[in-house]
Design a protein around this ligand. Sequence first.
Ligand code: TRP
Ligand code: ZN
Length: 878
Amino acid sequence: MLMSNTTPNTIYLKDYTVPEFLISHTTLHFDLDANNTIVRSTLNVRRNPACQKDHPDLVLMGEDLSLLSIQIDGTPLTAEQYTLTDESLTIHQPRNEFVIEISNSIIPSSNTALSGLFESNAMLCTQCEAEGFRRITWFLDRPDVMSIYSVTIEANKDKYPILLSNGNRSEQRDLDNNKHAASWHDPFPKPSYLFALVAGDLACLSDTFTTCSGREIALEIYVEEHDLDKTQHAMQSLKNAMRWDEEAFGREYDLELYMIVAVSHFNMGAMENKGLNVFNTKFVLASETTATDDDYKSIEAVIGHEYFHNWSGNRVTCRDWFQLSLKEGFTVFRDQQFTAYQTSDAVKRIKDVNMLRTHQFAEDAGPLAHPIRPDQYAEINNFYTLTVYEKGAEVVRMLHTLLGEQNFRKGCDLYFDRHDGQAVTTEDFIKALEDANGVTFNQFKHWYNQAGTPIVSATTQYDSKASTYSITLKQHCPATPNQATKEPFHIPVSIGLIGENGDAITLSNDKTTTVLELLEPEQTFMFNDINSEPTPSVLRGFSAPVRLKLKLSTEQQVQLFTHDSDTFNRWEAGQNCFTEVIFNTVKAIQNKQNPPTLPPTLIEAFRLVLQAPLNDLTYQTLLLNLPSKAYLIEQMPTLDIDALYQAHHFVKHALARSLKDSWFTGYQQHHQADAGISSNDIAQRSFKNLCLSYLMALDEKKLTGLCAQQFNGAKNMTDQVAALSLLSHLDDEQSAPFFDAFYTQWKGEALVIDKWFTLQACTEKASALDSVKKLLKHPDFDMTTPNRVRSVISAFAMANPLHFNAADGSGYEFIADKIIELDRINPQIAARVTNSLSRWRKLDADRQQLVKQQLSRIQSQTALSKDVLEIVTRSLAA
Ligand code: TRP
Ligand code: ZN
């Protein structure tokens, strides 16, 4: 019997079996042509000694391929010797060891799914993770089959002067008919998902990196000619990442060459193919005038992420796709540490936690909730989620917290050493950390197989006679699909105590912070020699991905906001105060009462932060930033979108008014029109653009003029976009000239035009949906370019909750139409957009009905992809 939330062809972790055959060598020959590429593949196959089956068939996976010929050990197969289906090529009971040669054709130019070999502008490139290699040729397309690849690419010399694949270059030669060929060899056995090929007329930025052992590595970044001037930052980021991985993790690069290629059509951010990363242009290209400060940072983070995969993912890879977080969670943790090192620990942590709590917590609270190691899936592409990536990184971070920096490093060293060249599981990772340190993490493993965000409630008690202070922690995790009840988690709760005068109290470990290990459903922890009732600073640094419930008075919150030495909790205290104020305002609006006034102590604390010269100006900016509407939406049990927007605006307006002069002075002090990108320039921009956003909340003509002035005079993209974003909510007559000017200035710069689309799709004005529909008719809009689809359709569905949730259901209906249309072009992208319809449980009854109607309408379409079908089915179930 099918369970209602199970999509057909569900695959289960418990069904894992080792492969029947292994492929030691894979020799590929490509005769490239956008409309008809011929692939010849020679596989050295042998029985897997670890598999016990008698005379198994060899079942190769393949999809959208045309078979031209097939032979084994030089003899063509007869029709009885194999069976061909839409998904596989089965060789009946082959010998124990043999060579199979297959020739097939594929059509890259009609591959709009962007998985396998596809065309992007004038170049050809591949994307094989997770299961794209089977769209190139028949293969054991599973990560535990690792093979050594030798690749020859043959193509027209004018159209494709550059021919790239994994590993080291071995030969390049001219052929007849204006063709040429290049050969590549990758000495490291790898799973097929790490295979890559790129061909095109590309420009290259070259550099070198000398590793810690003195080897010189050639670094090459390939882009379209007109983008060559935007590759400097990517190259610097790569060199920073290579150095950092040597110093922080002792990891040295292994090949002679490291290549990055930027492509305009890409389903995700980037891909860690061995020695030949393929990147979305968004995460490579940057110049001061076209990229924002945030773009610069995300480029460095993504370049780091893909580079770090060379060890966490490539040298040690995943046994099966249920283990995805083994490489992704770990690698995200590594890229977070890298960014923190390059910029600021405080700022990086706050940004990551903000993202996690806004988006991953929402995933964990909805029908798509799954553990970081799922135990079933229909379409693996649907599991490249915030849970697997971001929560996965939090789980690694907790291990780091529990072991401490040095012991964690010892464990990682053992993991890399013990499993180099293997395809392993999350248990192998934990085991290495345990064995290196003589500890056990049995209870901790629940983080891998239980979904949902635990709620930790804290209560405190001070005994003045005994001078003791105790804190009682309770944990509970709400039910998630297929998991009604949960075992208690092992939760590290980092804590400090703050004395009356605001000083940190020294604890029995002689430090001011200690890590409590919560193992039971309820546990009490005692602190001695506490001479007056302290203010607790709990879950410092956000030491576990949980919801903390701790009731503090406004005075205590303000004390933390002004004094906590833990930069995360200091920020958090301010956020909590304002969350409370905004939600009280929501209640007042709902009850048609006057909104409450802001507590004067809070305004005062804010003024102090605003006027104080801190040495980390970016951190100061974060302290002054109100909780985002998206974060507040996640916190609201039942969404009242109109009241929330009103309340948020009301509180922002109140703060803007109370501190108007300081916002204005702050703006003037830090505004500079030029384009510098030193960390100080960046910090100043973030601070003054926050000041500007408060000033714009006042809705005064003069201040709108100030914003317009910044837009017109901007010499860098950060300032230009910050101003345009604030102007985008004004009525059309006021905002249109700015959008027109921006378009005229930047047409032809695809990544900048993406921003132009996004800002319009995210407008708060009533006409938002109409403008979105108009944007889809714009000549620059294109359903086959994921970045463009994301800039309009995903932006509206995920970043414009006000109009997406319009009471008449028009937002939902529009998005459902687009999902159906997109699914025929690119199922992965269509499925991502479908996620936006899964959050219906927090809506009111009328809206719930409207969303469910649209989900059902999508579900009833014929020929729906597995990708969208799975999201829709799971969203409607449970
Ligand atoms: N493994 C890639 C990463 O670094 C992401 C990835 C998975 C991907 N599947 C993809 C990228 C499909 C592009 C297309 O996180
Ligand atoms: Zn990754």
